[in-house]
Design a protein around this ligand. Structure first.
Ligand SMILES: Cc1ncc(COP(=O)(O)O)c(C=O)c1O
Length: 372
């Protein structure tokens, strides 16, 4: 089976470790184990439990307790609607592996996380791209979606909030998309790993699983919980679909690590404390980014409404990979070229790192632009 190289992941692998100012990262500034235990209290009881744990495979679908916590992120799900996976990336793969067969028509938004279209292509699906455009605030054009779906679509794939643009589909908008899927008898899969990071406190990202019975959502502890090192994600969806996923997952995963799950339960039990740390950071940094873009004459963007990333247009006659590599060589600031999303003239900034890193990174990009 052939598969295209994963643009963003290859770019990150090549440069991330050597970056001086990493403003490419998509997680809200990651937590240390110590910070997590301090946030959640009860360090001694955790260590006692940790040391006494017998390292079996644990509960195969993921601990019942953890699946309960995850299910409460949705209005209509319970433990049986949730299956643990190796990160959001493992969850997406499992959902696609379960849903997509050769020659199925799959409609996917773009730009987005490349896995969401390259994996179905590698399975032999007929993948149709639904281009997201800045003039539509990077929201899908629903008439175009309807046309691409046609009369024999198996799956519509969305990403809400979107990476890289930070666009957010609200409930009314998502309902329209769900209706298009339902009318065509198609499934809808939404990568929701940035759900819960809205900039406007009055806004809430709905989940597709609360809007339709033929919908699947994927989520993760990496971004919103700042715990990418746990490598834990999940698929949420109808119980018979979860059973199908489970029988496929038996061939790749058996179970996720029980130590990771212990830490994840801690995080969920003190979710409010993590939100109190992360949301102000994301919102403050988004304002800093906004002021910076406004002050940079050659830059423009659609202001992100949620998530951790922004997609920025630059008005310079340089291909995006050359621009980003030039920046990295000039002063070690690290961003992602639009080319990794098949968008020339754009780059992605991850602005949810420590505020100091963001400020230094943006200043470094400004001084590089000044040399061009
Ligand atoms: C939209 C999206 N989905 C999935 C992932 C994978 O995340 P993880 O496997 O760390 O949960 C990422 C990572 O950047 C992402 O941006």
């Amino acid at each position: 089976m052939k598969i295209e190289p994963f643009g963003v992941e290859e770019w990150m692998n090549a440069y991330e470790e050597q970056a001086r100012f990493n403003v490419a990262e998509t997680c809200v500034e990651s937590l240390t184990v110590e910070e997590l235990l301090d946030l959640s209290g009860g360090r001694e009881s955790f260590l006692e439990e940790f040391l006494s744990r017998k390292l079996t495979y644990g509960e195969i679908p993921g601990s019942f307790d953890l699946r309960g916590h995850i299910s409460r992120l949705y209005d209509t799900q319970d433990e049986g609607n949730v299956l643990l996976a190796h990160g959001g990336i493992g969850a997406n793969f499992l959902a696609l592996f379960t849903l997509v067969e050769p020659r199925d028509r799959v409609v996917v938004v773009k730009p987005t996380y490349q896995q969401l279209y390259s994996v179905p292509k590698s399975f032999g699906a007929e993948v149709r791209m639904l281009g997201l455009r800045p003039e539509n605030d990077f929201l899908p054009d629903l008439d175009e979606l309807q046309k691409l779906v046609g009369d024999r679509c198996k799956l519509i794939v969305l990403n809400n909030p979107n990476n890289p643009t930070g666009a957010l589909m609200d409930s009314a908008f998502l309902r329209e998309a769900v209706r298009i899927a339902e009318r065509a008898g198609a499934w809808i899969l939404c990568d929701e790993v940035y759900r819960g990071l809205e900039h406007d406190p009055g806004e809430k990202t709905p989940s597709v699983v609360d809007l339709s019975e033929r919908a699947v959502a994927t989520g993760s502890l990496s971004k919103v919980f700042s715990l990418a090192g746990l490598r834990l994600g999940w698929v949420a969806g109808p119980k018979d679909f979860i059973r199908e996923c489970f029988s496929r997952r038996d061939y790749t995963t058996i179970s996720c690590g029980m130590i990771d799950e212990m830490l994840a339960i801690r995080a969920f039990s003190h979710r409010d404390r993590i939100r109190e740390r992360n949301l102000p950071l994301v919102r403050k940094n988004a304002s800093i980014l906004d002021r910076w873009v406004a002050a940079e004459k050659r830059l423009s963007y659609v202001r992100p409404r949620a998530g951790t990333t922004a997609f920025i247009h630059y008005d310079l006659p340089v291909p995006s990979e050359e621009f980003c590599k030039g920046l990295f060589d000039f002063n070690g600031a690290f961003i992602v070229p639009g080319k990794a999303f098949d968008f020339e003239g754009w780059f992605r900034v991850g602005y949810s790192c420590a505020t100091e890193t963001l400020e230094q990174g943006l200043a470094a990009i400004s001084s590089y632009i000044g040399t061009l």
